[in-house]
Design a protein around this ligand. Structure first.
Ligand SMILES: NC(=O)c1ccc[n+]([C@@H]2O[C@H](COP(=O)([O-])OP(=O)(O)OC[C@H]3O[C@@H](n4cnc5c(N)ncnc54)[C@H](O)[C@@H]3O)[C@@H](O)[C@H]2O)c1
Length: 332
């Protein structure tokens, strides 16, 4: 796939930076557009960094033109569910304001393809598992609503202006680059696996387990964890699909395997040899008991099969970044 240029909004963030590495390995130049609000300049290693807020639509269109880009991968967003409930204005402004500006820039600069970071949060709390792409999308928080509205805006632009798209609905991204070049650095950290590893290495207090009385095998919440390097590879496959003239897509990206928090604790013991300290806390409002993907459509359409998403592999790749030494280096 030599030659194409892809604009990667949010390429300095966790998933976007891993996608840049995968794109570069596939012969694509990833041009990161990022305002560094939650991202890190030193994670942009495989192409240029254009430090820009994507809501500056004219400047974004100028970058697209300068690099003669034909595709945008749109990772940039505010992505904390809890924060979206406390400050929804921020989420509508950044995620929807960002999407409006991005779609406008695409039209102005003639960028005809978009790969969008959507989320299992668009499904809310469905009655039946696993979640297929046809499960009704009924988000239960402002973050999920911005992602669903983003999908709808893209569909409307496809119908009216011929934009081509892949909507990729990630389940829980986890792990770190297998070669150790990149890692997960959210601040504040709210994702379960980093919090669990920080508790295990003594960087944080015991992990608070919100709800131990759910209707799940051990009473704790069940989620579908997918390795970030697998997610990154799925983006390359989606790009190839669109470049090859394939149909527009909306796909779940998960593994189809649900793991409870106590399953994660057991895996941490296997991988690190240490116990994860945890305490039981009351349920949090809006936490569905289980979110597990039916991952078959991505396999059928893109030939996507996760390679690194066994939980022990995810933990083995993440753990070095969350030991005391690793964490001090990351945060230096
Ligand atoms: N992490 C997950 O498990 C998960 C699950 C489902 C969906 N997603 C989605 O994937 C995407 C990436 O998530 P992440 O975990 O890598 O988050 P992240 O915070 O690490 O990355 C987001 C990046 O976007 C940049 N950004 C934000 N607003 C911007 C703006 N207005 N202009 C320019 N840059 C801006 C940030 O600086 C950051 O580099 C997000 O859209 C998120 O909603 C993530």
């Amino acid at each position: 796939m030599d030659g194409p240029v892809v604009i990667v909004t949010g390429g300095a963030g966790y998933i976007g930076s891993h996608a840049c590495k995968a794109l570069a390995a596939a012969g694509v130049l990833p041009v990161t557009v990022d305002n560094l609000s939650t991202g890190h300049a030193d994670a942009v290693k495989w192409g240029p960094l254009e430090r820009l807020d994507l809501r500056q639509s004219d400047a974004l269109a100028a970058v697209m033109r300068r690099y003669r880009a034909g595709t945008v991968m749109h990772f940039a967003a505010s992505a904390y569910v809890g924060e979206s409930v406390i400050d929804p204005a921020l989420y509508y402004d950044n995620n929807l304001g960002g999407m409006i500006a991005l779609l406008r820039a695409c039209r102005v600069a003639g960028v005809g393809r978009v790969v969008f970071s959507s989320s299992c949060a668009t499904y809310g709390s469905p009655d039946a598992m696993p979640i297929t792409e046809d499960t009704p999308q009924r988000p239960i928080n402002p973050y999920g609503r911005t992602k669903l509205m983003g999908e709808q805006m893209i569909r409307d632009h496809a119908a009216a202006y011929g934009l081509r798209y892949a909507m990729l609905r990630y389940f829980n991204a986890a792990g770190a680059d297998p070669a150790g070049d990149l890692s997960e650095r959210h601040d504040p950290e709210t994702h379960l696996i980093p919090l669990a590893l920080l508790a295990t290495s003594g960087q944080r207090g015991a992990l608070q387990v919100f709800g131990t009385d759910y209707d799940t095998p051990d009473g704790t919440c069940v989620r579908d964890y997918i390795h970030v390097a697998d997610l990154a590879r799925a983006h390359v496959l989606a790009l190839r699909h669109l470049l090859g003239g394939g149909d527009n897509l909306a796909l779940n990206l998960g593994t189809g395997a649900g793991l409870s928090i106590l399953d994660i604790a057991a895996a941490i013991r296997r991988v690190t040899g240490q116990d994860m300290p945890w305490t039981a806390a009351p349920r949090r409002a809006g936490d569905p008991p289980a979110l597990v993907a039916d991952a078959s459509r991505a396999r059928q359409v893109l030939g996507f099969v996760p390679e690194h998403s066994a939980i022990d592999t995810i933990l083995a790749h993440a753990w070095p970044h969350f030991t005391k030494r690793g964490h001090d280096e990351l945060c230096a």
